[in-house]
Design a protein around this ligand. Sequence first.
Ligand code: KG4
Ligand code: ZN
Length: 360
Amino acid sequence: MAMELSGHLAGLVPGPVLGIETSCDETAAALLAPDGTVLAEALFSQHEDHVRYAGVVPEIAARAHLARLPAMVEAVLDGQPAPAVVAATAGPGLIGGLVVGAGYAKGFALARGIPFLAINHLEAHALSARLPMLGAPPAFPYLTLLVSGGHCLLAETAGPGAHTLLGTTLDDAPGEAFDKVAKMLGLGWPGGPAIEALAVEGDAKRFGLPRPMVGRPGCDFSFSGLKTAVAVIAATYPLGALPRQDAADLAAGFQASVAASLADRAGRAMAAFVARHGYAATLVVSGGVAANGAIRARLAEACARAGFALAAPPIRLCTDNAVMVAWAAIERLRTGLAPDGMDVAPRPRWPLGAGVGEAA
Ligand code: KG4
Ligand code: ZN
């Protein structure tokens, strides 16, 4: 891997950085000053385009990115200093959207004669907690917990390009499980916010739902057994006739089980970190599921027990956005990592820590 670890401020960021995010169903562009100050930002959630299908339709997402991205970039650049670098998410994600965003960014770089960076979406989430607007940045190394609709991992983040994967999901991502369980309970999409709202009225203990992986060694995750447990109970009611209180009890139980599972897995990662380094550090949590108040509360408890600080960026920076993409580019350049060539191809699967051209 072409990297220098000779000092965090090793490289120079030559001017404003334009970031582009199109890996899922958010179209986003942002312009950051070299010090990470957000100069301008635009974000469009394609929720309306996908809601009738109760999930993201890749072809619709790609067309929507293509239709909206150019005008959004123009709006972000309006009245601002010219970008000196352009960075786009190049994976992992839906290939159609990645081709649109990375292709646009390469064209932009070529037309203006500026460097292009292919950003790993997972790395962008992992580094987002270090954005200067969030105050004191967590020092490397720290633990990253990424929990979203498409992703689920625990990693040790030692710097840009330097991540060690500690655990991942054996089946569903937690947000995916929230979305599927919401469907079973007759709630809308996306399921996370709907379940969280209904859970307030519920008794989490009533159905005695399993708490996946709790107590098991390692840091892997699993949510499909829990999802099936909810499905089996929901199937005992006539179709479409789940009483509200029962749905609320299932929602509360499911949410509590996910929270307990994430807290257990994070707890194990923190204990292993302390054993490895001899000190406690920070747990960074990112991704849409990190918006959940009950989950944040359980993670905060686990961190307090382990002596770790919890860094959870505000929700708009936890979910997909272009600020984190531009910021990841700044972090990479500062570390001395080189920009990418025009020959790099978007990668629908791109493990955290691997270079864009490296085998999985
Ligand atoms: O990070 P994100 O916006 O997009 C990606 O998947 O990359 O995450 C979306 C996921 C959806 O599955 C949604 O149901 C879940 O995050 N989510 C939540 C909450 N808000 C969004 N899950 C639990 N509780 C929430 N409040
Ligand atoms: Zn994401």
